[in-house]
Design a protein around this ligand. Structure first.
Ligand SMILES: [Zn+2]
Ligand SMILES: [Zn+2]
Length: 171
């Protein structure tokens, strides 16, 4: 494991008064090294290599502890929660076909109405839902020649920017 990540995690634990357990470290390190917005099951599968006795419940609890402390992000309101090494305002593009989530930078000049910021905002995100280039190419290959391309279909909806408070949701 990367020594920088280990040292970073040790400092974080000191700051928030946590015991630096190997299980917490394994979950944290996986998130820092995998920018794929993994689900709890993906993280569990990965950390079991080094922590064979770790339960799914423990992984879920550690992920949520990390996100409650703002150390990792959590992408909610999709089929199941996904976790994010990147915190702070940024955008997500979600492919509705393969569920891949990619980050994009918060667009310059994007303003949040001050009356909304006054509502104890805890989570800021712009979420775009559509079809990723990989899936679009796969659909195109399968598509009947008379059918319209994905970009012209009405169901390729682009989600409106959403600003909402943290609303913990069972996975
Ligand atoms: Zn896709
Ligand atoms: Zn993200």
């Amino acid at each position: 494991m990367n020594n920088d990540i280990q040292n970073q995690f040790r400092d974080l634990c000191k700051n928030i008064g946590w015991k630096c357990t190997p299980q917490r470290l394994a979950v944290y390190a996986y998130l820092q090294q995998n920018h794929t917005h993994p689900s709890v099951d993906v993280v569990w599968d990965a950390v079991r290599c080094s922590q064979p006795t770790i339960s799914r419940e423990s992984v879920y609890r550690i992920l949520n502890e990390l996100s409650e402390h703002g150390i990792i992000g959590r992408v909610d309101h999709i089929d199941s929660a996904r976790y994010d090494c990147r915190v702070g305002a940024h955008g997500h593009f979600i492919c509705k076909s393969c569920r891949e989530i990619s980050d994009f930078d918060w667009p310059d000049g994007t303003q949040i109405p001050p009356e909304l910021l006054a509502r104890q905002v805890q989570h800021i995100e712009i979420r775009l839902v559509g079809v990723c280039p990989k899936c679009a190419a796969a659909h195109k290959q399968k598509r009947h020649p008379s059918e319209k391309p994905a970009s012209e279909r009405a169901d390729t909806k682009i989600g409106a920017p959403c600003f909402y408070g943290d609303n913990p949701q069972e996975e």
